[in-house]
Design a protein around this ligand. Structure first.
Ligand code: AGP
Length: 611
């Protein structure tokens, strides 16, 4: 997830771009850049790090141009370096492009353009767009038509800004599955990835739909489809405060990120499989590929929520790839007297890629000749530079300290990895792969559906936020979600909560049950459903309060529990993704009810870089 800003008008563009990028920093901050048309010259500045680095770089340049583009990056393809920072240019340097999204077919396009003589400077998917437009400009020197032709060659997600020295009176924006909002000022016009970048200049905005382009001149904004038909978009008035706007209108970043999960999962799986050919492409694992057939054990190491993802991943890997998988806390793994070797794959899971215990675990693994890989959300983070293979989640920056979208993105990535491993080891035939992929493709839409439980979980929070103890129960692949639900509640509402395998009730926890204790039980209609129903009866027999998460169409359970949260049916391997959502929402609303600092809970840090 990156942030783009474009401006054309009568004011100096640099301060407008810098201010706009600062307000989009929550969308990504590993590098930034801007381009200005300065007295007929295209001037481009790019820098690694936060926007303030870019601000320092341009300060002395005394740029007075009044049209330009800016970009703040969250790396998905290509490390966070100056060469990979946006804006990207064509061969001449006279055309610049900024982009937010993922171009799925960029490698094929890049090869073709190189064969036609284009010289590339970066590892990014974005640079392909600049060379495509350059190619079409040579045939027809009109920036709008050339951009339209280039966009019709792309598959994937984009919100782009384009500026060409050959037409200084226009900037072009366009979107497909990534947001772009247009700001209508007094004689000056803007576009940006999100409202905060525009709000201090104008509250009059219009939102582009997928497949639409906008051409901004100093006279106005003209919106068309990719086929060139003019579109009338209503002008809307934004009434948000700048702070509220940065959270997309949500009260907290955590709630915004809970709602971003359909996109986070969609972006994580995007371009990584073909249902038609029943194949999985996991770029970033090439170095490991030749060793995968010989691997006889996988050890997943992680901390906190990522460790819960590892527990789910164990089920996926063992069922789909038929490889024994262990899961270990990184902080335990690194001190264990390990029985591992060159037929062991140690797979680290970490959203930040900076968790010290996980980094140390990988180093221990490497000392023992293990192969190593990572599932990570931050391109170029320390962990990704240590291991042989990386499967990135594309959840975008997660600002809330409590993990939400990065967790479900990790589960989606683990599912893809298990499919990829199964395919490499010959344990999955094409028919099975197609069925498993069909379940995955449905997932983002099903997550959208589960988010409708928001109001219901808020009502539960109103009823139970004063309780001092919660118990979370689950079985099998959903036991890790009981652990995750308990962790979410603990870390943001400070209420004591425990996750337990439901089958363990009789071995101790049942002594805790009273009419004061809410017990959250994950009860999808899977192969252990009857066992879970027995556990629910045990709790009810002791006057416990049962909040059950059930499958759509379950006519039995809802009448036998105090509260039923209903989620769509999916494969047992993907049920944890859907069950995690009500856990996140319940913890969020309890914490809000208790007046806790949801985004920055006490004593916690987003990334634990110490022991
Ligand atoms: C989860 O909500 C917490 N923020 C914490 O447990 C986190 O999952 C853990 O510190 C691991 O972080 P990582 O994924 O960045 O390695």
């Amino acid at each position: 997830m990156c942030g783009i800003v474009g401006y054309i008008g009568d004011k100096k563009v640099v301060p407008i771009l810098i201010d706009g990028l600062k307000r989009l920093e929550y969308r990504g901050y590993d590098s930034a850049g801007l381009a200005v048309l300065e007295q007929g010259r295209m001037v481009v500045h790019r820098s690694v790090g936060k926007i303030k680095e870019l601000e320092s770089a341009v300060w002395g340049a005394n740029l007075t141009g009044t049209v330009g583009l800016g970009h703040t990056r969250w790396a998905t393809h290509g490390r966070p370096t100056e060469e990979n920072a946006h804006p990207h240019t064509d061969c001449t340097g006279d055309l610049v492009v900024v982009h937010n999204g993922i171009i799925e077919n960029y490698l094929a396009l890049k090869e073709k353009l190189i064969a036609e003589g284009h010289a590339f400077r970066s590892e990014t998917d974005t640079e392909v767009i600049a060379h495509l437009i350059e190619k079409y400009l040579k045939e027809d020197p009109d920036i709008e038509r050339a951009t339209r032709r280039a966009l019709n060659d792309l598959t994937g997600a984009y919100a782009i800004g384009v500026l060409w020295k050959g037409d200084p009176g226009r900037i072009v924006g366009a979107r497909c599955q990534s947001p772009l909002v247009v700001g209508l000022g007094e004689g000056d016009f803007f576009f940006a990835s999100d409202i905060p970048a525009i709000l201090s200049h104008t509250r009059n905005v219009l939102f582009l739909n997928d497949g639409e382009m906008v051409v901004l001149t100093r006279e106005g904004a003209h919106v068309t489809t990719l086929n060139g038909e003019t579109v009338q978009r209503p002008v809307e008035k934004v009434l948000w405060s700048p702070i509220l706007a940065e959270k997309g209108g949500y009260k907290h970043f955590m709630l915004k990120e809970i709602y971003e999960q359909p996109r986070a999962v969609r972006d994580t799986i995007r371009g990584r499989f073909s249902e038609e050919s029943a194949t999985i492409f996991v770029e970033g694992m090439e170095q490991l590929e030749e060793h995968l057939a010989a691997i006889d054990k996988i050890i997943l190491i992680a901390c906190g929520t990522a460790w819960h993802a590892g527990l789910v991943g164990k089920f996926m890997i063992e069922e789909l790839a038929r490889v024994p998988a262990e899961v270990d806390y990184s902080s335990e793994f690194r001190y264990r007297d390990l029985v591992v070797g060159d037929r062991t794959l140690v797979l680290a899971i970490s959203q930040s890629g900076e968790t010290l215990d996980t980094l140390a675990g990988i180093k221990e693994a490497q000392l023992r000749d293990c192969h190593t890989a990572a599932i990570c959300n931050v391109v170029g983070s320390s962990l990704t530079r240590e291991v042989e293979g990386v499967l990135y989640t594309h959840a975008g920056p997660e600002i809330g300290v409590a993990a939400s979208k990065t967790f479900t993105a990790q589960l989606a990535a683990l599912y893809l990895f298990a499919l990829y491993l199964g395919q490499k080891r010959g344990t999955l035939n094409a028919e099975r792969v197609r069925a498993l992929l069909a379940d995955l493709v449905r997932l983002p839409q099903q997550i959208e559906h589960v988010l409708h439980l928001d109001a219901e979980t808020e009502r539960l929070a109103q009823q139970y936020h004063a309780k001092t103890d919660f118990l979370y129960l689950g079985r099998g692949i959903n036991y890790p979600i009981a652990l995750e639900g308990a962790l979410k509640l603990k870390e943001i509402s400070y209420i004591h909560a425990e996750g337990y395998p439901a089958g363990e009730m009789k071995h101790g926890p049942i002594a805790l049950i009273t009419e004061e204790m809410p017990v959250v039980i994950l009860a999808p209609q899977d192969k252990v459903y009857e066992k879970i129903r027995g556990n629910i009866q045990e709790v009810k027999a002791r006057d416990g309060i049962v909040i059950a998460v059930c499958s759509e169409g379950d006519t039995e359970l809802p009448g036998k529990v105090d509260h039923a949260l209903v989620v769509p049916r999916t494969s047992h391997l993907l049920a944890p993704v859907l069950l995690a959502i009500p856990m996140q929402l319940l913890a969020y609303h309890v914490a809000v009810r208790k007046g806790c600092d949801v985004d920055q809970p006490r004593n916690l840090a987003k990334s634990v870089t110490v022991e």
